[in-house]
Design a protein around this ligand. Structure first.
Ligand code: PEP
Ligand code: MG
Length: 579
């Protein structure tokens, strides 16, 4: 009898599904380094450990140098030369040795030394030298990585089914893991509606986030099971557990096949009340998947992802090509293009440096605020959207509107861009509808005023919940407080829908709540017109809609609105009969 036991870690279910593979560590930009005391007798050994990590780093840098030399030539390869010079810097080495002599472990000694140097760089006026701090940080990270013994490879070198493990994956990192061999991922930090989780859903990659310790407990090449349905990870599972999960995976595949039968049926209740099911996308590559799941339009195209993983700003042409591709594929159904929502947890490395230095990025220069601050970037995007509107049914949507003035200002820029295009004889849809996201409590409170100025609104519950309940959507420590069924949220949603209908406009919801089957009857009963959800959720939401009557849904939603506590709301929802 085997005594081996599974190690089960509990986290937050970020993207559904089951995945099995070997651990693959992705370097994280700000991984944690802990300080340990090294007894006097072990300090020389600690220095040797440091030296071999430095040598390993040197070998890696030389490989990079040779590769750049081969592809781009010697002048470019000098960039890697700078890294080698930093690695051999005698002062840096002396400082690290001194810390080890004082009983500090090598990882922390490198971390402290690099941090001190980087701090002193903050006061240097010269831009070139100030930016060299990035190189120093980079080298420090490489040495620490080698000290930690994490095997570092690029995703391109994957040879078998793998599970990506990282302390943190940024949304930009997540965009790069659309590798066939990446079966899932697990991170220490993160929340259910973080953009990293949302992208994983878009890519249909099972994921668990907020595990707190996965990056320190897993080892390279450990077998790992990701259970994205329950929010669990099994480390080094027994063969019995692996076979249990394989069976569950097969069962889920069968269920998915069953749901596919709904593809060509409309999203209507048993008493014939119709709503529309749209899809959220981050990338034109998702079109095939959303069409095969029966989407009747794109309700949210998160265009900020065009700005990721590149060194320069996207051009008007880049915008045009992306949007027209989606609009043509979706035609005759609509495509809602949201202007870029950078900031918050979505930072692009394209020169918007002020954003990167903010202390409270979710409350800072994000979304429409950034667009209005950098009109030249906004204008490039608007020109791309308008030009693409000649090729399909495009609607434009502004993110994070918090007051009516922002709407006026954004429309003013839009009108100027339209005038320019007319002057240049460039075709666009003169009747293109313009809408606003309602995702900030102030916008929800003045929805009557906003509804009179736009053609449609879309409720962004991911942020509406974050800002109303004061719960950071990417912070695993407060994930338990992040609650779509909080009475305040439900009352806001009802208000938004009622006031918008009074003004004669339709209401969509594109936050994750729209894709939660548990919330569907209540939203339906409130009178929501469109549900915009990630591709895989479309058939699941359709199944709930088709199994309930509108009358019943309305009754339920009236009851929950009278509740002042979450518990009483849950009691009502749990007794739903889908008749
Ligand atoms: C939202 O906030 O609900 C939303 C859809 O926008 P994002 O998730 O991109 O912030
Ligand atoms: Mg949002």
């Amino acid at each position: 009898m085997s005594l081996k036991k599974d190690v089960i870690l509990e986290g937050i279910a970020a993207s559904p599904g089951i995945a099995i593979g070997k651990a693959f560590f992705l370097e994280d930009d700000d991984f944690c380094v802990t300080c340990r005391e090294i007894p006097e007798y072990a300090r020389e050994v600690e220095k040797k450990r440091l030296n071999s990590a430095v040598e390993k780093t040197r070998d890696e840098l030389k490989m990079v140098y040779n590769r750049i030399d081969e592809v781009l030539g010697k002048s470019y390869a000098r960039i890697a030369d700078v890294h080698l010079l930093i690695l051999d810097d005698p002062t840096m080495k002396k400082n690290v040795y001194e810390l080890i002599d004082n009983g500090i472990n090598a990882e922390y000694a490198v971390f402290r030394t690099v941090d001190d140097i980087v701090h002193s760089f903050e006061f240097i006026e010269d831009g070139y030298f100030r930016e060299r701090k990035v190189d120093i940080q980079d080298i420090g990270k490489k040495i620490i990585w080698n000290l930690l013994g994490k095997q570092k490879k690029t995703l391109a070198s994957l040879e078998e089914d793998s599970i990506v493990i990282s302390r943190n994956l940024t949304p930009a990192d997540t965009m790069t893991i659309r590798e066939k061999l990446v079966k899932g991922f697990a991170t220490d930090v993160g929340g259910k509606t973080s953009h990293t989780a949302i992208i994983a859903q878009g890519l249909s990659i099972p994921a668990v986030v907020g595990l707190k310790v996965i990056s320190s407990q897993a080892q390279t090449s450990d077998v790992i099971i990701i259970d994205g349905n329950r929010g669990e990870v099994v480390l080094r599972p027994t063969t019995k557990t692996i076979s249990k999960y394989r069976k569950e995976h097969t069962l889920q595949f069968a269920k998915k096949k069953d749901l596919e039968k709904l593809k060509n049926l409309s999203a209507e209740t048993t008493d014939k009340h119709k709503v529309l099911l749209f899809a959220n996308i981050d990338n034109p590559d998702e079109m095939e998947s959303i069409l095969s799941n029966g989407a009747m339009g794109v309700g949210l195209y998160r265009t900020e992802f065009i700005y990721f993983n590149r060194d320069t700003m996207p051009s008007e042409k880049d915008h045009f090509e992306n949007y027209s591709k989606v609009a043509v594929a979706m035609s005759p159904y609509p495509t809602v293009i949201r202007t870029f929502d950078l900031g918050g947890d979505k930072l692009a490395k394209t020169g918007l440096l002020k954003v990167e230095r903010e202390k409270n990025p979710f409350l800072g220069l994000r979304a429409i605020r950034l667009s209005l601050k950098y009109p030249e970037i906004f204008i490039d995007q608007l020109r791309g959207v308008l030009r693409a509107s000649a090729y399909g049914k495009i609607r434009l949507m502004y993110p994070m509107i918090s007051g009516i003035e922002e709407l006026y200002e954004a429309n003013e820029v839009l009108n100027k861009v339209k005038q320019d295009l007319r002057r240049e004889n460039i075709e666009f849809d003169e009747k293109m509808e313009v809408g606003a996201m309602v995702e900030v409590p102030s916008a929800a409170m003045i929805i009557d005023a906003i509804a009179n100025e736009v053609d449609f609104v879309s409720i962004g519950t991911n942020d509406l919940i974050q800002y109303t309940l004061a719960v950071d959507r990417v912070n695993e420590n407060v994930a338990g407080l992040y609650d779509p069924l909080h009475p305040a949220i439900l009352r806001f949603i009802k208000k938004i829908i009622d006031e918008s209908h009074k003004a004669g406009i339709t209401v969509s919801m594109c936050g994750e709540m729209a894709g939660d089957p548990y919330c569907t009857p209540v939203l339906l009963g409130f009178g929501l017109d469109q549900f915009s959800v990630s591709s895989a959720q479309i058939p699941k939401i359709k199944r709930v809609i088709r199994s309930i009557s509108f009358e019943n849904a309305k009754k339920i939603s009236e009851e929950v609105l009278r509740c002042g506590s979450r518990d009483s709301i849950l009691r009502i929802i749990n007794t739903i009969s889908t008749q």
